[in-house]
Design a protein around this ligand. Sequence first.
Ligand code: NAG
Ligand code: NAG
Ligand code: NAG
Ligand code: NAG
Ligand code: NAG
Ligand code: NAG
Ligand code: NAG
Ligand code: NAG
Ligand code: NAG
Ligand code: NAG
Ligand code: NAG
Length: 430
Amino acid sequence: MTITTIMLAALLSNVLLLPAATSETTEGTRSVSWYAGWHSTDFPLSQVGWSKYTQLTYAFATTTPDVKTVSLDDSDAALLPQFVQSAHKNNVSASLSIGGWGGSQYFSTNVGSATNRTAFVNTVIGLATKYDLDGLDFDWEYPNRQGIGCNTINNNDTANFLAFLQELRQNSVGSKLILSAATSLLPWNDTSGAPSKDVSGFSKVLDFIAIMNYDVYNILSPHAGPNSPLNDSCAPQNDQIGSATSSVRAWTDAGMPANQILLGVAAYGHSYVVPESTAFQSSSTTNITNVYPSFNKSVEHLGDKWDTSGGVDVCGNFSGPSGVYSYWGLADAGYINQDGTPKTGVGYLFDNCSQTPFVYDKSNQTWVSYDNVQSFALKVKYVSGACACISPFTSMKGEFIKSNGLGGFSMWETAGDLNDTLLDSIRKSI
Ligand SMILES: *[C@@H]1O[C@H](CO)[C@@H](O)[C@H](O)[C@H]1NC(C)=O
Ligand SMILES: *[C@@H]1O[C@H](CO)[C@@H](O)[C@H](O)[C@H]1NC(C)=O
Ligand SMILES: *[C@@H]1O[C@H](CO)[C@@H](O)[C@H](O)[C@H]1NC(C)=O
Ligand SMILES: *[C@@H]1O[C@H](CO)[C@@H](O)[C@H](O)[C@H]1NC(C)=O
Ligand SMILES: *[C@@H]1O[C@H](CO)[C@@H](O)[C@H](O)[C@H]1NC(C)=O
Ligand SMILES: *[C@@H]1O[C@H](CO)[C@@H](O)[C@H](O)[C@H]1NC(C)=O
Ligand SMILES: *[C@@H]1O[C@H](CO)[C@@H](O)[C@H](O)[C@H]1NC(C)=O
Ligand SMILES: *[C@@H]1O[C@H](CO)[C@@H](O)[C@H](O)[C@H]1NC(C)=O
Ligand SMILES: *[C@@H]1O[C@H](CO)[C@@H](O)[C@H](O)[C@H]1NC(C)=O
Ligand SMILES: *[C@@H]1O[C@H](CO)[C@@H](O)[C@H](O)[C@H]1NC(C)=O
Ligand SMILES: *[C@@H]1O[C@H](CO)[C@@H](O)[C@H](O)[C@H]1NC(C)=O
């Protein structure tokens, strides 16, 4: 069964009929997005729908071997002051994200000793002061778990990270900042290398975390699958590798209050080369039936114009194209209409487990897992606790969470949307 537009309309009207009790959560809901400095030419600050956000976070400052320095070389350093100014003019909080996939190399050493933590606190405070920031976002990928391949790493990373954040909070400037972290699906690894069982300490020093519930399947995965699944407990056993529901459960079980969790949502999709025989059921030439198809890894496969044929990363390793399509890129390439529905002749499926759409173009065997207006509306229903199908937070250590909702959403990335249609879908649904 797929969710039809009629059902969607019904779901949306349910949201609108919610009792007033949700207004409390609605007021406190954070609408956040990361603004990637390197895409500012295609999507200038003047195009940002500022009034639709409570916070924008500039990406990325990167860690360096010198604890006294973080670098803005990978983004547009000259744009950061204008970013902050535009945000403030619009009454939106301006934050700066430190780290990212390619920028997390030296977190471990920067927080690796008491001396370094104090120095690193001073470094980031200096940055916040210099740029008049309202917040700092830490996107360490990942504490005590290797990310890109050459990050410094230490068993005590998570504990050291907490000690660093505690010291940052004690600072007179740091005490007033909005401190946040972008996280993996599971709580950060503890000293033993297993996901932490108690992250309550982080909840006292961070304003919120944003769970990066995307890239769950990507070009490095053994086979294709949903980029940003809402659910996976209904997936085949081997594909229950993470989703919004499982990750929120994991973090709340470890003591992170639901209202301090933002769901990371994706204004993009991952594409793969999938043979027609694998993409469609034999009886159909229009409906995608396989949500987890194998794909042809020997084909160099480019996504939209932001994708590149590849390059050498900070570790010195070459990696090819990502196959990523921004949401607008999918419309540009002719896969979807402006409302996110498939173009005529393009194969389609709305998967009822991941609750995300897929398109398939048989002319060039391109199979894409992405998010659209419909899947965003469903995710936000989940975020706001209005999802009739679940009560994900009631079992947390036997405690009933009043709002039954998350703290909001954070979208990667601001410039990926198509004329704000995903963002508007979220706002309509909250
Ligand atoms: C999805 O649809 C299939 C086929 O109709 C059904 O067997 C399955 O139970 C549904 N799964 C969920 C999670 O609704
Ligand atoms: C920002 O807030 C101030 C004070 O509340 C208000 O006067 C102004 O109109 C707001 N500006 C925008 C763009 O919302
Ligand atoms: C402290 O930082 C310096 C570089 O600034 C680094 O060389 C050293 O290894 C760090 N110490 C620890 C214990 O990580
Ligand atoms: C850390 O966590 C990840 C999943 O969150 C896990 O796959 C990994 O094995 C853990 N341990 C280390 C040392 O990376
Ligand atoms: C990248 O290079 C480093 C050495 O600089 C190596 O240890 C790591 O495994 C490589 N990563 C990948 C994904 O190949
Ligand atoms: C982790 O911290 C403990 C106690 O603070 C210390 O004994 C141990 O050497 C540290 N481990 C590493 C790998 O630095
Ligand atoms: C996830 O799937 C499980 C098992 O099918 C179901 O019980 C639960 O309601 C689903 N949650 C959401 C948010 O769809
Ligand atoms: C494709 O799916 C739609 C519902 O989403 C259904 O009405 C239609 O019959 C299906 N077509 C084929 C060829 O299976
Ligand atoms: C993968 O693509 C290559 C290059 O187009 C082709 O030669 C090969 O047959 C394909 N493999 C499969 C399994 O389709
Ligand atoms: C596939 O074909 C569409 C046109 O139907 C085109 O826009 C798109 O760029 C093509 N994709 C690839 C990866 O070649
Ligand atoms: C963008 O959205 C607005 C409001 O929904 C609409 O009026 C406008 O025509 C759209 N622009 C484009 C280029 O689609």
